[in-house]
Each structure stands twice: as structure tokens, then as C-alpha cells.
Design a protein around this ligand. Sequence first.
Ligand code: EPZ
Length: 417
Amino acid sequence: MSKLLIDGCRILGGETKVQGSKNSALPILAASLLSRGESVFFGCPKLSDVDSSVKILRYLGCRVKRSGHTLVVNTESINRDDIPEAMMRLMRSSIIYAGALLATTGRARLTFPGGCEIGNRPIDLHLSAFKRLGAEITERHGELIFKAPKGLKGANIALSFPSVGATENIMIAAAKAKGTTVITNAAREPEITDLADYLNACGASIEGAGEGTVIIDGKEKLHPANHSIIPDRIVAATLMSASAVTGSEITLDGVIKSHLDAIIPCFEQAGCKIDFDAQKMRIKAPKRLKSLGLIRTNPYPGFPTDAQAPLMAVSAVAEGITVFSENIFESRYKHVGEFVRLGADIKVEGKVAVVDGVRKLYSAPLCAKDLRGSAALAVAALAAEGTTEIDTTEYLERGYEDLEVVLTSLGASVRKI
Ligand code: EPZ
């Protein structure tokens, strides 16, 4: 695996295009199994998690071709209903194939998914929803066997937590179930809406995506469709953080303002000026940032848990106290110890992290521990005096397409070795 070397304290400038959303592409690629034929996906980011998804699709018998950011998936010759453990462990999103395989073949043989170690990441909400849709599930030696010999039937499903993955899995499974499925307390993330847009383009009937109640009228048959993946709002937040910690002004192309409604005020409170011109956002940071106040992570439209680490890097060099409350995952502060090595002043007590901003950070060798945490280390390193080494890009490459190239194009000095 490669390392990252980052020379800090350089002013950034210029413009860059924000990549397509990982968390939109992954469920949509799984949903392509619901129809027979060729779907074309534009704006698909080049990420190891997307590669893992392509590996699963090919294993199931699909033909997948990539040219640039366009993926062509042909599902004519699906010939399996199982996914080997090694593939399931590659990422969290592999669990989304349960709904897709159940809806397509009436069977699925999987194991528990992998994913970043930010909590134990149970799938109880997924499993109870599939049972309500009429699936029989047996678990044996870590293997999950799903069966719906007579097909799935619509049901009312109330989620005890607005789980993104569970909402997506239910939408995919219910799209071809007999009858109507109503999900209450559904997740409302933009990626849910993007998945619904793709499925509706395939002939599904899904209403209310992006709101708390989603209604899915099951269809006998769906057909392939083409779809453009929405921009990645977390990558946008990460690049905004890079601009903020370096006191720079940059322009991000391909940003959907409403997806950042909970994030923009944090940067404005820190003293950044943000304005929009159509799909372009310009962010101008002050010489010295002010504290970001209190940041509570919550389900969308609240502040996204995936942006907690990058914004903590901003708070580490902002004047005053910033308090974070991580309410979604139980262990999503692994980057704190690494920030402290750079000279940050951060105390963690349970789900609360208290950051007392310092004037300067100093380079140190860092260990990346999860996807968003490693992006946050890169952001903090941009503000640290000297050259910071991050031990692996393995996590970063799961969700950021060529981050070192993007930052270098904005004037940073970042080398991948
Ligand atoms: C999705 O994960 C994203 N991943 C995560 O992004 C994101 O942090 C998360 O949603 C929240 O927004 C993908 O879309 C591939 P959840 P997911 O189900 O679906 C608990 C990144 O960095 N829960 O909304 O796994 C769970 O433990 C990744 O891109 C159950 O208890 O998130 C967690 O505490 C990290 N039982 C909370 O719900 C379940 O059956 C939120 O999980 C499912 C979830």
C-alpha cells in the first residue's frame, strides 16, 4: 500500500470538480441487478469500494465495462445468488446485495459485511425488514441464507432508526415485491433520493424518497436505465476543510447547495465566506479561523457523521473551543489521537469531543484508521508545519478518487509514494 507525504502551510487556490458520490453509486450498482439488460452510469467515481462492487457484479455473472467515469453494467447473464465472504468483507455496502438478490432470484447467500471500524455496524434493521417482506432467513456459521420462494410481498416497515443502508435495502427489495411497501422513519439522505430516481427510471414506483415516509408499489418487471450519480457532499465538505485550514480561497465545481445545508453554517461560523454561482461554490477562508461552536452529528438533514472528522481538523486550528457530539457511530474518534500527535488539544469523553484550537500544528508520522478519519488527517497535515507522513492510503482510496492529485491541483504539496 502507498503512503502520503504532505508539506503543510501552503496557500491553496484554483478550482476543482467534486467527484461522484460513493454512497450513491454503491446502492445504485446493486440495484442494477433488478432488471435484465444494460444500464449506463455516469459520474461513477474511481474508488476501491466501487471496484469491490464491480467485482461482486462480475462474480454474479454481470458484464461490467468502465471508461473514465462511465460504468456500463450488463445484467443479462446473472447466474449466481451467493457472494463469497472475502467479497462481503470488502465493504459495508455489500449487504445491499441481499435486497437486490432476493428481489431478482428469490434467494441470497451472503455473510456479514465489512466496512470501516467505526462501530459494530449491526444489520438487525435490514434482517427484520426482509422478514416483514416475507423472506426466511437462516444464519449458519456466519453465513446468512435468505429465501423468498414465493417472492417478496409488500409490507409496512417502521424503522426504529433512520438507517441509510436499511432504507436502501428495503427500497431495492420492495421495488419488485407483490403489493405496496411503506417505510416509516426512513433515512432522508440525498443518496436515498438518487437511488429512488434510478429505480423509478427503471420503471419502479417509489414516492417520498428524501422524506420520512417512502411508498414503494412493487412492479413485476423493471428495465435498465441510464443514470448520472450525484456529487459527493462529503468530499465537498472535505475540500472545504482543506481551504479553511490553509486560509485559502478555492472553487468547487459540481456541488448541490441543499446537500450542504447543515455544513455551510459551520464554515461561516468559523469566518469563511461562501457563495454559489449555479453548480459552483466559492469558499474564502479567513487568516485565523474562529471556533465552530457545537456540532452534533445526526441523520440527514442534520450534520452528517461522515463530515465530523474533516471538520474536527478545521476546529483544531480555529481560535476557541469547538464541541463535537458524535451521535451516529459509537467509535468514530480514532483520528483524535493522531491529531494530538500534530499538537492539537482535543479531549474525548464518550461521544463528546472538546477541541481547544491551537495556533499551529507540527508535522508528525500519522496512522490512518478509517476512511473519513484518514481524509481528516490529510486536511490537518495541510495546516501542519513541516512534512507529515500518513502511513497508508488504503482507507482513503475507498472513498476519495486521487485526493493527492486533487489537492496538488489546488496548490498543495502532496505526494503518494
Ligand atoms: C451509510 O452507512 C454510509 N455508508 C456511511 O458512510 C454513513 O456514515 C452512514 O450511512 C450514516 O449516514 C454507505 O452508504 C455505504 P446506517 P450505513 O445504517 O448504512 C445503526 C462513509 O464513510 N444500525 O445509517 O451502515 C448503525 O450501527 C460511510 O462513507 C443498526 O443499529 O449507516 C449506526 O449506529 C461510513 N442496525 C446507525 O444505525 C442496522 O441494521 C447508522 O447506520 C443498521 C444500522
